[in-house]
Write a new protein. Structure first.
Length: 313
């Protein structure tokens, strides 16, 4: 396995729990990945193709919902609204979460339509810790290592699963992988219980408020082809300003952390396999802004492909 983000760890858990001997190799440990920087909500954002994304997202929704009953996972089911400043239809995935249209009284100032639903909100650093522990309990191991090519990894094991996120651009020589930089701000929770997300079609900026128990994640940015992972002070100020405008109780909330990650955006998620004589290479990357949302659906498909290939490990 290459990669210790949410795609790599979830896939590693599924493979190890199906009885395979699995080692995760990655140059960044789970807490240092883009996955650790994510908000994160179940939301199929910036990922294609639509039919597969919908299927993988539904599978993941069931898994995350089930895991939310265990506090140690960092997952909570939270109710809230996604609202738009212009009229727009219910998103295709709305039925999966039982979304219903907001009444005019429920909408925030300046918004004309919206959807209320309950969905998993994931405290990513905690959740990745949970996945890493579950992987270790299933007999998995981790090695910090940077590969220059996928071929190099294929000399180490008969089955390699490539979950390298935006790193796949260099590692797999895949120019279709783009980084879409995302920044967010973590503040102390002043008592917010419900999530909010501005879903205005074509909006220049992202605005979202995801409450965890002690903290609130404020987002965000979406900068194409920007590989800089240093937090930008001005972007952070603007994020806070936009979030306070929709959630005034956030004014003055103590800032705890700035996070930046690189969404691995691709025209379509790459979940494909390649046979190389007696070896198997499965790619599982390019999940864009929905890596958490698609994680279990994609991981289970990788297991099916590995089992179907009859290559042993
Ligand atoms: C600000 C922000 C908010 C987000 N919010 C959400 C959200 O609310 N919901 C949601 O579903 N998604 C969200 N996302 C998207 C989500 O974070 C990504 O889709 C997901 O993290 C991608 O996971 P990954 O495991 O593929 O990649 P990563 O987390 O980037 O992990 C890649 C792994 O591969 C390893 N690797 C790469 N190249 C090499 C190499 N050459 N050799 C060895 N190891 C290598 C890295 O070290 C790392 O361990 C958000 C993203 C950002 C930035």
């Amino acid at each position: 396995m290459i990669g210790a983000g949410v795609a790599g760890l979830t896939t590693a858990v599924c493979l190890a729990e199906s009885g395979m001997k699995v080692r995760v190799d990655a140059d960044l440990a789970p807490g240092e990945t883009t996955s650790a920087a994510a908000g994160a909500m179940w939301d199929p954002y910036l990922a294609e193709p639509r039919d597969l994304v919908e299927r993988w997202a539904r599978t993941t929704l069931s898994e995350l919902t089930a895991l939310s009953s265990d506090k140690d996972t960092g997952i909570r089911m939270v109710e809230g609204t996604q609202e738009s400043r212009t009229p727009c239809p219910l998103p295709a995935w709305g039925s999966a979460v039982g979304a219903r249209q907001c009444t005019p009284e429920e909408l925030r100032h300046g918004f004309v339509t919206g959807w209320r639903y309950r969905a998993p909100v994931v405290d990513m650093p905690r959740y990745l810790g949970y996945l890493a522990r579950r992987f270790a309990q299933a007999g998995g191991s981790f090695r910090r290592h940077r590969y220059e090519t996928v071929a190099e990894a294929m000399r180490e094991a008969p089955v390699v699963v490539n979950c390298s996120g935006s790193g796949a651009r260099a590692l797999a020589g895949d120019p279709e992988v783009e980084a879409v930089r995302g920044q967010l701000v973590v503040v102390e929770n002043p008592g917010i219980e419900s999530f909010f997300c501005d879903d205005t079609p074509g909006a220049d900026e992202l605005t979202y408020v995801y409450p965890h128990s002690e903290t609130v994640v404020l987002g965000g940015t979406s900068d194409r082809d920007d590989w800089d992972v240093t937090p930008d002070d001005r972007a952070a100020d603007q994020i806070v300003h936009r979030c306070v405008a929709v959630e005034p109780s956030l004014a003055g909330a103590r800032i705890l952390e700035h996070r930046v990650g690189l969404r691995p955006v691709r025209k379509r998620v790459r979940l494909t396999e390649e046979r190389h004589k007696d070896a198997l290479l499965v790619h599982n990357y390019g999940h864009g802004g929905a890596g958490v949302t698609l994680s279990w659906g994609c991981a289970q498909e990788v297991v099916e492909r590995v089992q179907g290939s009859r290559v042993t490990n």
